[in-house]
Design a protein around this ligand. Structure first.
Ligand SMILES: Cc1cc2nc3c(=O)[nH]c(=O)nc-3n(C[C@H](O)[C@H](O)[C@H](O)COP(=O)(O)OP(=O)(O)OC[C@H]3O[C@@H](n4cnc5c(N)ncnc54)[C@H](O)[C@@H]3O)c2cc1C
Ligand SMILES: NC(=O)c1ccc[n+]([C@@H]2O[C@H](COP(=O)([O-])OP(=O)(O)OC[C@H]3O[C@@H](n4cnc5c(N)ncnc54)[C@H](O)[C@@H]3O)[C@@H](O)[C@H]2O)c1
Ligand code: SF4
Ligand code: FES
Length: 804
């Protein structure tokens, strides 16, 4: 059956979640194409606040990595904006001139930050806070400048302000209303919040209306309508958002404030849906993920032709993501003639709780200082619970002084634990009891709870503790390798050994993987563990490797490849240099560059030329792309240097020849310096050797990358043979005990240098490790040669045939 063409415009949180839902309902029905203006795969926009606050890194907030798109056969065009929709001919066009036909079209274009149209708003140093680019602008500015002004004292403005404080800036928040977060809080809670944030170092200017942003090219300050002035060299506008509807509007799709949709997210034009912050449902445009994900579910069922539960609107709840502050707000939180409140206010402790009732129904709540009851109250609001039978004040203190744990115990099965993803206590308990989930990560994988803002993680952990009791502590330490399983690395390796498992698919079947195909985290890891356990029998599964390892070359950002041939110990000769020069000319290679590991990198090689370049070079692969030994950097040593006490080059070459091509959990870099002056930088390598009088020192666990770490001295030895013996035993122990993708620097911190020493001090163990290392090394074959000799693989990978 011909698949239907499904096009998604907008590669953001709501759009991609909807695609996930569609794949869950009907994986085979659609050929999916996604366009996204941003140059990234789908990431967790919510966590940009945490990135700015220094709690996480941009690289850790990806929700769906490139492999996810590939694995689900989704054609993804990033950095490409859809500029027109021809709904008659069912085609979209993009800013790169591409046209893409569709059978079904989903618009998920999100919002645009509202930028106050002030004179000077275009000056350098004025930014919104919406995406990775804005976050980078703020991170950069904080390194060079001191004074930040945030316009807008809502959720976004306060989270930005906390981030800028953490980055060492002086921060003023300019707010137009008389109190903060007036859309979520009442004046009492807002005042408490302001006091707490002032204690943290924030400065507030309330009821201030900005008139102008002043400065030459760069912003220098803000002028206010009351004539006052504030110095600032960074201005962040956080004054709300507006639905991004321009594309829909020019394409004739009915638009009000947002794109108008029905209860299945259908727009006024057939086969065109809208979801997320760009959509307007029953007159409401939502700006939090929980309702957007609910919308996505309804859309997914409808588009797949299944009986869909209509989307009927959402009650909202919010929490501010600022550490040290607990603020919660939900539903209709302001009193009026029809709504009365019950309040508890402990001024001494700074705790304020309020519920708002319409008759006997609870319709809203505000909590400050202690937001633990937030989820329970939110569930009551969503269910419109009638509280006539309950003592009203007890609703605000339901567990009166009992142990914290009884909070989750007191929740009913349909109480929501994860507001963002709408996951109830019952669903999580079911995942623990029926699917064997034993960690927060495993629960995230099974149920999506904690996958968005992460605010519910402590509650999920409490629920795990409560459900598993004594079992929890022990099990909590073992993290699942990924969301496809609840098993940890150690459990998987043990099962592979015990059950004699030999293939990635077999591991998944036998060990009850949640997903049929696994994911980009577990597949390469399983491929490695299988090869490590059984190096002789195991057939490497190319398709389970990361793309660079599959291609045996690094893909560059423009789609070309880099080729780095092996040069043992960083030593070359005129013959190899001539070959390299000829190859560079013949294939028009734009850049030749020395690497940090003393190799020559040919950059910008066209995909179809890669095998031909390998063939003409006729040199072994340098494994510059691999989880493997990369290079052994050497200093010139005793042969030429007057300080040299040892032959660093010969030892470096011997090490590189011995361990080349060895599969390791992560890349391994080595160096050999012939004296303590350490010109080859042995102190920041995974394994570094330093010449001393009458022998060598062996250092381990060094890292010169993002997580800079000086290597630890492991042993002093006398001979080259001893260096090799210790290296073999050390590397083999790392291979056998590290998590896949764990560098030696992280591994040594985890297992402890002393522990590793004790293992290697045991001569029997050392011998066994060396024996297993020899076994692993015996399987080495140069991958470039192998591919050149296999026309099919060559053709599959590069679309070229080198040998006839
Ligand atoms: C710093 C920050 C913190 C937040 N914290 C929270 C929180 O704690 N809790 C919460 O619930 N919500 C939070 N939010 C809001 C939440 O991130 C949004 O509600 C959610 O991301 C909206 O999803 P969306 O898919 O509708 O829009 P977006 O995530 O904005 O995605 C839309 C995407 O479409 C792309 N696009 C637009 N037009 C086109 C086009 N024509 N062609 C191609 N691509 C296009 C855009 O570039 C964008 O990448 C936060 C937002 C920010 C900025
Ligand atoms: N923790 C969370 O849930 C969270 C965090 C960040 C962002 N978000 C979402 O992101 C979106 C954007 O957040 P936001 O805070 O910008 O929107 P918002 O509309 O909630 O708040 C904007 C604030 O700016 C103030 N403002 C408006 N004009 C102003 C002016 N000229 N001068 C000074 N202040 C002015 C308003 O009074 C308002 O309080 C919202 O949908 C929000 O829900 C949520
Ligand atoms: S490390 Fe010592 S021997 Fe090697 S080059 Fe430097 S000074 Fe010379
Ligand atoms: S409440 Fe946000 S991820 Fe669970």
């Amino acid at each position: 059956m011909q698949k239907k063409k499904l096009v998604l415009v907008g590669n953001g949180m709501a759009g991609v979640r909807t695609i996930e839902e569609i794949i869950k309902v009907s994986a085979e029905e659609f050929e999916i194409t996604i366009f996204g203006s941003e140059p990234h795969p789908n990431y967790n926009r919510i966590l940009l606040s945490k990135v700015l606050q220094g709690d996480t890194k941009v690289t850790d907030i990806t929700l769906n990595d490139w492999d996810w798109y590939r694995e689900n056969n989704i054609e993804l065009y990033t950095g490409e904006t859809v500029t027109g929709i021809d709904s008659e001919n069912k085609v979209v066009t993009t800013d790169s001139g591409r046209t893409q036909p569709y059978d079904e079209l989903i618009l998920a274009t999100g919002s645009l930050p509202f930028m106050l149209p002030l004179p000077g708003a275009d000056k350098e140093g004025v930014t919104a806070f919406r995406d990775i680019r804005d976050t980078d602008i703020m991170l950069d500015a904080s390194k060079k400048f001191k004074k930040a002004a945030v316009i807008g004292g809502g959720l976004l403005g306060l989270e930005a302000a906390r981030g800028l404080l953490n980055l060492g800036m002086e921060v003023s928040v300019i707010h137009i209303a008389p109190y903060l977060m007036e859309r979520q809080l009442d004046p009492t809670a807002a005042k408490l919040l302001q006091t707490e944030l002032e204690k943290q170092g924030m400065n507030f200017l309330l009821e201030k209306n900005t008139e102008e942003i002043v400065g030459k090219d760069r912003v220098e300050g803000l002028k206010f309508k009351d004539g006052s002035f504030l110095e600032a060299d960074l201005v962040v506008m956080a004054v709300g958002i507006k639905p991004n509807v321009e594309l829909a509007k020019i394409s004739g799709i009915p638009v009000n404030r947002g794109i108008v949709v029905d209860d299945y997210m259908r727009t006024g034009i057939s086969n065109v849906y809208a979801v997320g912050e760009c959509a307007e449902h029953r007159g409401i445009v939502y700006g939090l993920v929980a309702p957007l994900y609910e919308q996505g579910k309804a859309l997914a069922a409808d588009i797949c032709g299944k009986a869909a539960k209509p989307y009927e609107g959402s009650v909202l709840s919010t929490q501010l993501k600022v550490s040290g502050v607990e603020v919660f707000s939900a539903g209709d939180f302001m009193e009026d003639e029809t709504k009365k409140s019950i309040k508890v206010f402990d001024e001494q402790e700074g705790v304020y709780k309020k519920i708002v009732l319409r008759g006997n129904q609870i319709v809203g709540a505000v909590l400050f200082g202690d937001s633990k009851d937030g989820n329970r109250l939110f569930s009551m609001i969503q269910k419109q619970s009638d509280i006539s039978d309950t003592s009203k004040v007890a609703i605000l203190q339901p567990v009166g002084g009992e142990a914290e744990e009884s909070l989750v115990a007191a929740m009913s099965a349909d109480d929501i634990i994860c507001g963002c993803n709408g996951v109830s206590k019952g669903t999580i308990v079911q995942a623990i009891q029926e699917k064997g989930c034993t960690s927060v990560d495993a629960i995230k994988a099974c149920t999506s709870a904690s996958r968005s803002c992460g605010g519910c993680k402590p509650l999920v952990a409490d629920l795990l503790q409560h459900t598993l009791g004594a079992e929890f502590d022990g099990q909590a330490k073992t993290e699942a390798v990924c969301s496809c399983t609840t098993l940890s690395r150690d459990e998987i390796v043990a099962e592979i050994r015990e059950k004699g498992l030999t293939h990635v698919k077999e591991v998944m079947n036998v060990l009850g993987w949640e997903t049929e195909e696994g994911c980009s985290k577990c597949r390469p890891a399983l491929n490695y563990y299988l090869g490590m356990v059984n190096p002789i029998q195991y057939q490497d599964e190319r398709e389970s490797r990361f793309v660079n390892e599959r291609m045996h070359a690094n893909i560059q950002k423009d789609g070309t490849y880099s080729v780095v041939p092996r040069m043992y110990g960083g030593v070359t000769n005129s013959k190899d240099l001539r070959k390299i020069a000829d190859v560079v000319d013949k294939y028009d290679i734009p850049l030749v560059k020395m690497t940090g590991g003393q190799r020559i990198d040919l950059l910008g090689v066209k995909k179809e030329d890669v095998p031909k370049v390998w063939e003409d070079l006729n040199m072994p692969s340098g494994f510059a792309y691999g989880k493997s030994l990369r290079t052994v950097k050497t200093c010139v040593g005793e042969q030429f240097c007057r300080f040299g006490t040892q032959d660093s080059i010969s030892l470096g070459i011997a090490l590189e020849k011995k361990y080349e091509g060895l599969a390791t959990p992560h890349k391994v870099k080595m160096a050999v310096s012939a004296c303590p002056r350490n010109c080859a930088e042995s102190g920041i390598k995974d394994l570094g050797v330093v010449g001393i009088d009458g022998g060598w020192e062996i250092y381990v666990g060094g890292n010169g990358g993002t997580h800079l770490r000086a290597a630890d001295l492991l042993y002093k030895v006398k001979t080259d043979e001893e260096v090799i013996e210790i290296t073999s035993a050390y590397l083999q122990y790392y291979r056998e005990t590290a998590n896949y993708l764990e560098r030696t620097s992280a591994w040594i911190e985890r297992v402890g240098l002393q522990h590793v020493k004790e293992v290697l001090d045991d001569l029997e163990t050392r011998k066994d490790l060396c024996g297993r290392m020899e076994e692993a090394l015996s399987t080495y074959k140069d991958p470039w040669k192998e591919i050149l000799e296999d026309n099919k693989v060559n053709n599959d990978l590069f679309g070229t045939l080198v040998k006839s």
